[in-house]
Design a protein around this ligand. Structure first.
Ligand code: SF4
Ligand code: SF4
Length: 442
């Protein structure tokens, strides 16, 4: 029987690009590389306007902070260093590089010169850091810091292959197209963390990958494939851990608190490349889909490619799109411009048409309560948030909401529940920040 968790929903999968092999897109005339594509401090630029750069050259870093270096994804000339908005809306310094279409590789790139068994965890961590590897499933937490914090704590290494958001198939294609690289990356993680084996957690809608991995795995003792029920949000790390081990991460805690650490398959491949060839993260696999894009497809694009260039490569938009979402429709972020760029954490770009549904009223059906994986009362949270009673929202556990969107999805009253909860969380965080400033906060 497939592993699963309590709550969650069955969504219309819309995995239209499942059968489409990822195609490389190497033609952007310019890329704009944000100095911050990760959780933590932004990079300090290492290049200036007029500099020539090569593919894989480090162009930003901040070794004295939790930070992940960034690298040039094309060769060419730095033509601007300017602040632009990133997908979260924050203003971040970008290095704009004019592509010379030569794709000249940085001469410093080289793989490690000893076998994996002889590498220490510290050496692997340093390599992963210098290659700018982050959680490529969207979280973008620096991978070197995750490995470091899990050393000696994590007994269970989990590779999160769920990809449960509708539309997105980028990881599915990666696992079908480069299974050896995924498995080699996982072996590096097993060695670095000193764990016995890795659990590959994969939803039962990916039979082709399950079969392929079973055939490709040479050392059965190192890999344990666990088939998960296809349900949203099966890819949420809390739900995977609960489904596999019956353990709950405490509020505000981390997987390491219950002895677990999770990585995405694309992150595993990036780790493998960092060690085997020294190639840093300069490309990203994304799914481009939605009813308004002419040619939905899976792409491999240089980091820093604009959404507009991606849309053009996909034949342009079919009609005026109402929403451009970076990520999946459940947890992705709405974008306001085609000038935004693909970063290491971008998993999809969705060009979606108008939704005719108008915000409505609660009819007290209780469906949102049954769907909530965090055992919250979404209808009440939304109602208190609407009244701006954020104290009551906090008391009811608003801060435990992971914004998975299940409640909004199932709501027949079309109440914009997640938006209300986001508002409440924002207000609670702001109130906590003010208290802290006064020295009264927790
Ligand atoms: S699902 Fe919607 S209508 Fe039903 S109780 Fe929740 S908020 Fe109300
Ligand atoms: S309340 Fe939060 S955690 Fe619960 S279903 Fe809604 S978005 Fe998900």
């Amino acid at each position: 029987m497939a592993y699963t968790f309590n709550g969650g929903i069955h969504v219309d999968e819309r995995k239209n690009t499942r059968g489409m092999a990822a195609e490389p897109f190497t033609e952007p005339k310019r890329v704009a590389i944000p100095m911050s594509q990760h959780i933590g401090a932004p990079c300090l630029p290492l290049v200036a306007v007029g500099d020539q750069v090569t593919v894989g050259q480090c162009i930003g870093d901040n070794p004295n902070a939790l930070c992940c270096p960034v690298h040039a994804s094309v060769s060419g000339k730095v033509v601007a260093m300017e602040e632009r908005r990133v997908i979260s809306g924050a203003a971040v310094l970008h290095a704009v590089i004019e592509n010379d279409f030569q794709y000249t590789l940085c001469p410093d790139l080289k793989g490690v010169d000893k076998p994996l068994e002889e590498l220490t965890a510290e050496e692997i961590i340093e390599r992963v850091r210098s290659a700018g590897v982050v959680g490529m499933g969207g979280a973008a937490f620096p991978t070197y810091a995750k490995i470091k914090s899990a050393l000696g704590k994590a007994k269970h290494l989990i590779i999160n292959c769920a990809e449960c958001e509708p539309y997105i198939t980028a990881n599915h294609r990666l696992m079908l197209e480069q299974p050896e690289a995924v498995l080699k990356g996982i072996k590096i993680l097993i060695h670095a963390l000193g764990v016995r084996k890795a659990v590959i957690a994969i939803e039962d809608n990916k039979e082709d990958v399950i079969e392929l991995f079973e055939n490709k795995i040479d050392d059965k003792a190192l890999f344990d494939i666990r088939v998960m029920k296809t349900k949203y949000p099966q890819g949420d790390e809390r739900q995977i851990i609960f489904a596999l081990y019956g353990k709950e991460i405490p509020t505000g805690g981390l997987p390491a608190d219950v002895g677990c650490v999770l990585f995405n398959p694309e992150t595993a491949v990036s780790i493998y490349r960092a060690l085997s060839s020294g190639m840093p993260v300069v490309k990203k696999r994304i799914t481009v889909d939605g009813d308004c894009i002419k040619q939905p497809r899976n792409l491999i694009v240089p980091v820093g490619t604009s959404f507009g260039d991606v849309a053009e490569f996909c034949g342009g938009v079919r009609k005026r799109f109402a929403r451009l979402i970076s990520g999946g429709p459940m947890m992705g972020q709405a974008q306001w411009s085609l000038d935004g760029v693909v970063t290491k954490g971008t998993g999809a770009l969705l060009f979606l048409g108008e939704e005719k549904e108008e915000a409505g009223q609660c009819i007290r059906c209780g469906k949102c309560v049954r769907a909530c994986q965090m055992h919250l009362m979404p209808a009440l949270l939304a109602a208190y948030s609407e009244k701006k009673d954020y104290g009551e929202c906090e008391r009811l556990g608003a801060m435990s909401c992971v914004e998975c969107g299940c409640c909004t999805y199932v709501c027949p009253g079309k109440v914009q529940i997640v938006q209300y909860i986001r508002n409440a969380k924002g207000a609670i965080n702001e109130a906590r920040r003010r208290l802290k400033e006064k020295g009264e906060g927790k």
